[in-house]
Design a protein around this ligand. Structure first.
Ligand code: UDP
Length: 489
């Protein structure tokens, strides 16, 4: 019967390394631990880099997941003059649906379920039309997932009067409220297009057959409980919400894949004392103004601590300017750093242009701290790397992650911006030293080590996330049978 047949999951990835990397991890887990067949449908603006990223993550597997690269649609005519990143991603996704559809129709063993990310909601009607189940993989915290799921039930007028105008905390049932200082850009104008767009996406997510989240119970007990089967938020989604994380690249696998940390960084790290180095990186897209780069350079120098810093050319009005150039190595030493900086710090630090092997750096015993933009993948990787964090959010839900890490879990200190929006050099030196030198940094690392242990437990056999994926599989099979019966009737 159908029950014995493996469910075949199609995973649709949207452009962006922060989306691709966890999607591939999900594919690997479904394939190797939960007896799914997996096809990854790749939508990317840079196929070569995306391919090489997937290779790094899967080449050690005996049977890697099937990868299908969808043709890049021409989106230029569909976008205005200066489209936002979100618009570019969403339009690229929407325009790719026809080729996804025809590819699936041409397959001998077509997938029975589709898993999309936050930007793939346009594919859900197609999935329904083809008789596929649809699921959403949220590569973010349960707290942000809870806000997203609850959003369509909120009254925009009330949000405007309380949260925006009066700066009152925004309540999220069963979860910590969202303080105004940490709020999202898309909530600022409850009558504007961003708010509406986000609400519409949330409605589609809530109407899917289920939601997978890259987090685990012990990291976020209240939010996962609120979203669980008997939780207060359960009535807002059609299907169950499954905490299945952390799905994250690990060092063990990469060793067996024979991949080595870039020699220069590794050799340098090998010579540094344990937990003495702070790693500074702002994710795949993060960029900074020239003034901010200057302050950061001076701040690191003033701290007199060891560092590895991933630098990108300055952009004065775009905090995510590298989003579509991700994964590109840079050559040459950046001329936008303060004069003499590289010379003066050559014993103390390493500057890596554009892109660094983050998991290896965080996992290296010499690394003890992380100045991070708090992208969710970076947060989870930091936990695996057993480092204390300086939380420096740049855009989207990173502010919420920063709040959770510093105020709630207590594994980060925040870098505070001055009036002009720039984090000054003294502040940078101060927070970096708090994390690396002060006693509280050591306490944070102890907490992180406990979180790591809980993460490892969650994904092991009988762990909460492992069991959750098992339940997901059973539900998929049951739904498949039931819909098959319905179709016959
Ligand atoms: N990353 C990396 N090297 C870099 C910058 C980023 O390997 O120089 C990886 C990082 O390890 C993480 C992903 O890219 O897995 C970024 O995802 P995250 O959610 O942290 O942030 P986003 O890029 O989505 O803002």
């Amino acid at each position: 019967t159908n029950n014995n047949k493996k469910p075949h999951a199609a995973i649709l990835t949207s452009p962006g390394m922060g989306h691709l990397i966890p999607a591939v991890e999900l594919g690997k887990t479904l394939l190797t631990k939960h007896a799914f067949d997996v096809t990854i449908f790749l939508i990317t603006t840079d196929p070569a880099i995306a391919r090489s990223q997937i290779n790094q993550q899967t080449s050690h597997l005996k049977t890697p997941p099937n990868v299908v690269e969808l043709p890049q649609p021409d989106v230029s005519s569909k976008l205005g003059p200066q489209p936002s990143i979100v618009d570019r991603i969403v339009v690229t996704m929407t325009e790719s649906i026809p080729s996804l559809r025809s590819f699936i129709l041409s397959m001998n063993h077509p997938p029975s379920l589709l898993i999309i990310d936050l930007f793939g909601t346009a594919a859900i009607p197609m999935a329904r039309d083809l008789g596929m189940q649809s699921y959403v993989f949220l590569t973010m915290s349960a707290w942000f997932s809870a806000l997203t799921i609850y959003l369509p039930a909120m009254d925009p007028i009330h949000v405007e009067n309380t949260h925006i105008k009066n700066r009152e905390p925004l309540p999220i049932p069963g979860c910590e409220p969202l303080l105004f200082d940490d709020t999202l850009e898309s909530l600022l104008d409850p009558h504007g297009p961003m708010y509406e767009g986000y609400t519409n996406v949330a409605k589609v997510i809530n109407g899917s057959d289920g939601i997978l989240m890259n987090t685990w119970q012990d990291l976020e007990p209240s939010a996962t409980k609120a979203l669980g089967e008997s939780g207060i938020l359960r009535r807002f989604t059609k299907g169950p919400v499954y905490p299945v994380g952390p799905l994250v690249r690990t060092l063990v696998e990469r060793d067996t894949a024979g991949l080595e940390l870039d020699n220069k960084v590794k050799q340098w790290l090998d010579r540094q004392p344990t937990e003495s180095v702070i790693y500074v990186s702002f994710g795949s897209g993060g960029t900074m103004s020239a003034a901010q780069i200057r302050e950061l350079a001076w701040g690191l120098e003033l701290s007199m601590l060891r560092f590895v810093w991933v630098v990108r050319p300055p952009l004065d009005d775009d905090v995510s300017g590298a989003f579509f150039d991700v994964g590109k190595g840079g050559d040459g030493l950046p001329e936008y750093l303060p004069e003499g900086f590289l010379e003066r710090t050559k014993e103390l630090g390493v500057v890596v242009p554009m892109w660094a092997p983050q998991v290896e750096i965080l996992g290296h015993p010499a690394t003890g701290g992380f100045v991070t933009h708090c992208g969710w993948n970076s947060v989870v990787e930091a936990i695996f790397g057993e480092v204390a964090m300086v939380a420096w959010p740049l855009y989207s839900e990173q502010t919420m992650n920063a709040a959770m890490l510093s105020e709630d879990i207590g594994v980060a200190v925040r870098a505070n911006k001055a009036e002009d929006g720039v984090v000054g050099r003294d502040e940078i030196a101060r927070v970096v030293r708090r994390v690396m030198v002060e006693e509280e940094g050591g306490e944070m690392r102890e907490k992180v080590k406990k979180l790591k242990a809980s993460a490892e437990k969650a994904v092991c056999e009988f762990g909460s996330s492992y069991e959750s994926l098992g339940q997901f599989r059973r539900n998929c099979c049951e739904l498949h049978l039931r819909r098959g019966e319905d179709a016959k009737a």
